[in-house]
Design a protein around this ligand. Structure first.
Ligand SMILES: [Ca+2]
Length: 243
């Protein structure tokens, strides 16, 4: 009965503070001094709370400085085949104008001559005085000698009519015989002797024909129906001074 009254008393006092069995709550001291009031003993600190949630991401920082270059990597494998052909280039500039060439007439040298009469004197240059061609006058009809004015390779030939005597004929280059022809005359007949040669000549060289041996080998002959001729011409001139 007593307990029931106490409960009813608590319900009748709504502004009073509920005191639980284990309560450590300190009652606030009255605003006004109250005689006989005493502060309670301080309670123990509460337990630590659970960790809070992660915070929001921060704003991006400023861009850093450029780093050092890395080490050079190993050489790569060789490519497969040639690349695609590039486009055609522009035409180049025209070259310089060449030097004027030398006239071909400078390198002309030729003669063709014949006998006017029989030759009787051996061992001297034969004088061919019948002139077929001697435009450059490199052959001298007064001596029977050809004079080289253009260094180069020359062709010489002779065709001799042989009559009454044998013929021993030599072609001379300067003071040396370089070609020999020997024809034996046969009685009551007309023979021919001939020869040809290529010779390299320098300026000043001389070429001629003459009979060698004794005076019995000078059967060179010429009349109005028989000719004995001597011909020579420049085949090609030296271009670099070499032979
Ligand atoms: Ca003969």
């Amino acid at each position: 009965m007593l307990l029931l009254q106490a409960v009813l008393l608590l319900l009748a006092l709504p502004n009073s503070e509920t005191v639980t069995e284990d309560s450590e709550v300190l009652l606030s001291p009255p605003k006004e001094g109250c005689a006989g009031w005493m502060a309670g003993v301080p309670g123990y600190p509460g337990h630590n709370g659970t960790p809070g949630r992660d915070g929001r991401d921060g704003t991006p920082g400023e861009k850093g400085e450029k780093g050092e270059p890395g080490v050079i990597g190993p050489k790569g494998d060789t490519g497969n085949g040639a690349g695609i052909e590039g486009p055609r280039g522009f035409p180049g500039n025209p070259g310089r104008k060449g030097e004027p060439g030398e006239g071909a007439y400078v390198y002309r040298s030729a003669f063709s001559v014949g006998l006017d009469a029989r030759v009787t004197i051996p061992n001297v240059p034969i004088r061919f005085t019948k002139i077929f061609y001697n435009q450059q006058n490199h052959y001298d009809g007064s001596t029977g000698k050809f004079h080289c004015n253009i260094p180069g390779l020359y062709y010489f030939s002779y065709h001799i009519t042989v009559y009454l005597k044998d013929v021993k004929l030599s072609l001379f280059k300067n003071d040396k015989a370089v070609l020999f022809t020997y024809d034996q005359y046969q009685d009551k007949n007309v023979d021919q002797a001939s020869g040809s040669v290529l010779l390299h000549l320098a300026v000043g060289d001389q070429v001629w024909l003459q009979v060698y041996g004794d005076g019995e080998n000078n059967g060179l002959y010429a009349d109005n129906i028989n000719d004995s001729t001597f011909t020579g011409f420049l085949l090609y001139h030296d271009t670099d001074g070499s032979q």
